[in-house]
Design a protein around this ligand. Structure first.
Ligand code: ATP
Length: 447
């Protein structure tokens, strides 16, 4: 009977004449209970009325009268919570998203439509076409068609230049719960001083991630712990850059504050949206906040949310590389750092001398200031204990000085700023030492 119901739905395309005389749910169900006419009845958006015990009773009567009059009810809604007493009389069907072939057909149909209107052929780059069809995965047919139309109608062509817009539009559609953010800025590793081991690790995982080495297990993700301002966020961006996929950021903090009471559902929605946007890097910033309400004070919500996340992480098969970052190890639940959760746990420490020289060179260069290797080395010698963020700050401050003195910026100006700064590693020396001691047996150095 289910087969038959599905056939009706497919055939009808839900283009059924609405029943006007029986608009009241109770009247409608009463009619169905009494009618001698067998049939399949489609109830659109009936879900709010399932809360009423009288309706539930009548639906049960209809179902149990099937031997006498074969009537099948089909409830079509975005969400149907079937009351327990109807559960055993019900089969649930979730309509799948279009397959790859179906998506390809949609794109061809849209291209044809453009061709008919403009009387010339759509210019199609075959690699871009493959990407477009891949990128439309996870959307319903009308959305698939809309994005295909956007990509083709702007210039009568399918090219790689269409992809960022397609992904951004898709992200808008999928992220209705609003706890994911699409980060258009990925980074190149050339922008990062030090962290050579982390870079090498990522580069060596790329073939397994992009599928060019199918015999290797695809990497699931990494955790980055470390001293503030030493480049964890930068590494999340660089991971997306190295793997050449978009970067999505999931913010546990806002998951709780915005959606109190619905955190778990929203986490699921966000993860599903990320799956729709795969392949991608999913950056989970400040993952220690996953246990925001800590312990039982929030009725166990954050425990469940974290559990949901960890189960998803273990099971997910979409091409999603998770980068979790954390600052505060004391707030980190032990189950997160257990072996096997992530492929690797890296510790991002204060930069060593060579890395500091690179960092000052990179940030000076970004601001059109050239430092000689000797100057960079000399600045590195004077900045033991400085984080990357603090080195960058010293350069920014030196630029202000140069501007107010109306003199070209010099290494000496940067040196003066360094001298005037108390780095966090000194101000919070004990915490940094404790962090390093903790990390020694549990993590791998990122540099
Ligand atoms: P927090 O824990 O405070 O969020 P973080 O470890 O995530 O810090 P970032 O936000 O990545 O650090 O670093 C802040 C800024 O400092 C970066 O945007 C970058 O400009 C600079 N920076 C930090 N580390 C490095 C590095 N190794 N190479 C180049 N720049 C760096």
């Amino acid at each position: 009977d289910l087969q038959q119901a599905m056939a009706v739905l497919r055939g009808a395309d839900v283009d059924l004449p609405p029943q006007k005389t029986l608009a009241e749910p109770a009247a409608l169900l009463r009619h169905l209970r009494a009618t001698p006419t067998p049939g399949i009845y489609v109830l659109l958006d009936f879900h709010p009325f399932l809360n009423d015990p009288v309706h539930v009773r009548m639906i049960k009567d209809v179902a149990q009268g099937y031997d006498k009059t074969p009537i099948t009810l089909v409830l079509l809604s975005h969400e149907v919570n079937v009351p327990q007493e109807l559960e055993h009389l019900t089969a649930r069907l979730k309509l799948g998203m279009p397959t790859r072939d179906e998506r390809a057909r949609v794109v061809h149909r849209v291209a044809q439509e453009w061709q008919n209107q403009n009387r010339r052929a759509v210019k199609i780059d075959s690699t871009a076409l493959e990407h477009l069809v891949d990128n439309l995965a996870g959307l319903e047919t009308p959305d698939t068609e809309r994005l295909a139309r956007q990509a083709i109608y702007n210039d009568g062509a399918v090219t790689m230049a269409d992809m960022p817009d397609v992904l951004a539009a898709k992200y808008q559609l999928l992220n209705r719960s609003g706890t994911l953010s699409y980060e258009p800025d990925t980074a190149k590793f050339a922008d990062i001083g030090g962290l050579a081991r982390l870079r090498q690790w990522l580069v060596s995982r790329k073939p397994a991630f992009d599928g060019s080495a199918p015999r290797l297990d695809a990497p699931k993700g990494m955790m980055l712990l470390g001293v503030q301002g030493c480049g964890k966020s930068l590494c999340a961006r660089a991971a997306a850059g190295i793997l050449s996929v978009p970067l999505l950021r999931l913010d546990f903090g806002s998951l709780y504050s915005k959606w109190h009471g619905e955190s778990e559902k929203n986490l699921r929605d966000s993860l599903r949206a990320a799956e729709g946007l795969a392949p991608c890097v999913l950056w989970v910033d400040e993952i220690e906040k996953a246990l925001a309400g800590s312990g039982e004070s929030d009725g166990g919500v954050s425990r469940r949310v974290l559990g949901t996340f960890l189960t998803w992480l273990a099971d997910q098969r979409a091409r999603i590389f998770v980068v979790a970052t954390a600052n505060d190890i004391t707030a980190l639940p032990p189950e997160l750092v257990r072996k096997g959760r992530f492929d690797e746990i890296f510790f991002v420490d204060l930069p060593n001398r060579a890395a500091r020289a690179d960092i000052v060179t990179i940030h000076a260069h970004k601001r059109n200031v050239a430092l000689s290797p000797q100057e960079a080395q000399a600045l590195a010698d004077r900045s033991e204990g400085f984080s990357g963020a603090e080195l960058e700050q010293a350069i920014v401050a030196a630029l202000y000085t140069s501007h107010s003195l109306q003199q070209p910026m010099s290494a000496a100006m940067i040196a003066r700023e360094l001298k005037a700064t108390q780095p966090l590693s000194v101000v919070m020396g004990e915490q940094v030492a404790a962090l390093r001691a903790w990390a020694r047996d549990r993590t791998v150095p990122a540099d």
